[in-house]
Structure formats: C-alpha cells, structure tokens
Write a protein that binds this ligand. Structure first.
Ligand SMILES: Nc1ncnc2c1ncn2[C@@H]1O[C@H](COP(=O)(O)OP(=O)(O)O)[C@@H](O)[C@H]1O
Ligand SMILES: [Mg+2]
Length: 224
C-alpha cells in the first residue's frame, strides 16, 4: 500500500492524543498537566515528524520486484503520462541510444523515480508551457568505467531528464535530495528522496546540474 500525505494527515490528527500523553511522560518539570514544556514539545514533535517521514517513505520498503528492464520502456511510459497530463505547450523529446542492453531491476520503481523527476520538470515549466515553449528531453547513453559508492563499474546506463525551465532554486540546491525539502507551495519534498532511494536500490545514483534555462537530472545505473 502506498501511503499518501492525506493518510498521514489523518494519522496526525488521530495521533494528537497519543502525542500529548507521550510528551507529558517526559515533562517532569511541568507542574500543570495541561501545560507542556517547550523542550518536551520539541522532542515530541521531532519524534512524530520522524515517524511521519518513515510512513511516507514506506513504499521503498516494498519487496523489490526484479525482472528484465528496458530503460526506453520506462522513459516511454513516463513520457505518455506527461503528454496526457500536459497536452498543451509541452514537448517531450527523445534522444535514445537504442544499443543499451536490458538489465535486471524493478521496472515499476524506476518508472516512479523517473516520473518524480519529470513531474518536477513539468511543474517548473509552468510559464513556458503557457507560452508553448516548454521542453523536456529524455537522453540515454552508455557510460564507461564509472565509480559509484567506491565500486568501479565497467558499463553504466546514463539517463538524463533535461528541461529548459528556470532551474532549481539556489536556496535548496545543496539539499535537493533530502526529505521534506521543497521549493514550491504545496510540495512534500519527498519526490526526489524517493527517486534517489529507488535508484540506489539498483546500485545507482542521481545527480543534478541546474542553471536558469537548463536543468539536467542524471540517473546512473550500473550495467556490468
Ligand atoms: N527540474 C526542476 N526545475 C526546477 N526546480 C526543480 C526541478 N526539479 C526539482 N526542483 C525543485 O526541487 C524541489 C524538491 O522536489 P521534490 O523532492 O520532488 O519535492 P516537491 O516536488 O514535493 O517539492 C521542488 O520543489 C523544486 O523546487
Ligand atoms: Mg516533486
């Protein structure tokens, strides 16, 4: 089961009583049962936040479904969803190296990872979509002699999801993949954390280079 933010809100409301009783156990210094000390509130809030983040990240603990993955099928699935969701003003280009071999992996997880990255791009392209000038490109290449997590791989797959939007806000650039880091109203800040988790489950890595007019999320996954 995928846990949505709305599930967590319900949990939050129903956990309020538990939170207060939990907090009061630590509130040795307070003489009034209805007034909790600020340290206690901070501790209890931090504990609850950790628990909520854990629940939101729960999908990555689903069992890995491993099969043969064709990265271009992954891209095409995401592309079809984007074009259906944004039928006007957005072009989604492909620049594929069709010689890239299939690899063992969890296709649904990788679709989710690429979808999260591409959806961010589409959202960042709001103004350009309105002017009919928004562009997302999926580019695949083979990379050779790549080192990831201190391991050297002879061959890796490189998937770039590029857009011509305004770029990642400077204020969050260094923390982009951390949970709960968002640069937009209503964002959860979990999309890129999940994407990174899913790609890491394939021994891979995601990097981002971004400046106004050009953002490039590069997914690397070892092939051999
Ligand atoms: N292609 C992009 N262009 C501009 N900003 C981006 C892009 N991708 C991600 N971001 C920024 O990174 C933030 C974090 O993304 P994410 O982890 O998916 O959380 P959310 O989408 O819920 O905010 C976004 O809010 C946005 O500010
Ligand atoms: Mg997102």
């Amino acid at each position: 089961m995928v846990v949505t933010p709305s599930d967590c809100c319900k949990d939050l409301i129903s956990s309020r009583t538990c939170l207060l009783s939990f907090a009061s156990k630590f509130d040795k210094g307070s003489s009034n049962n209805n007034t909790l000390g600020s340290n206690t509130i901070a501790l209890a809030t931090a504990t609850l936040c950790c628990w909520l983040v854990d629940r939101l990240l729960a999908p990555h603990r689903k069992p890995h479904v491993v099969g043969d993955v064709n990265i271009h099928e992954v891209c095409e699935r995401v592309r079809a969803v984007l074009l259906a969701e944004y039928p006007k003003g957005l072009s989604v280009q492909r620049d594929y190296d069709l010689s890239i071999p299939e690899f063992r992996g969890d296709k649904e997880q990788l679709i989710q990872a690429v979808m999260n990255i591409a959806q961010n791009a589409a959202l960042a392209l709001g103004d350009l979509r309105a002017r009919g000038k928004a562009n997302i490109t999926f580019k695949t290449r083979v990379a050779r002699q790549i080192t990831m997590g201190k391991v050297r791989y002879r061959l890796a797959l490189e998937l770039h999801v590029m857009d011509n939007g305004p770029g990642v806000p400077a204020a969050i650039k260094d923390r982009l993949f951390y949970p709960l880091v968002s640069g937009r109203d209503g964002g959860t800040g979990l999309g890129l954390t999940l994407a990174q988790t899913f790609v890491q489950q394939h021994q891979g890595w995601i990097e981002c280079e971004s400046e106004p007019g050009s953002t490039d999320f590069k997914i690397l996954i070892p092939l051999s």
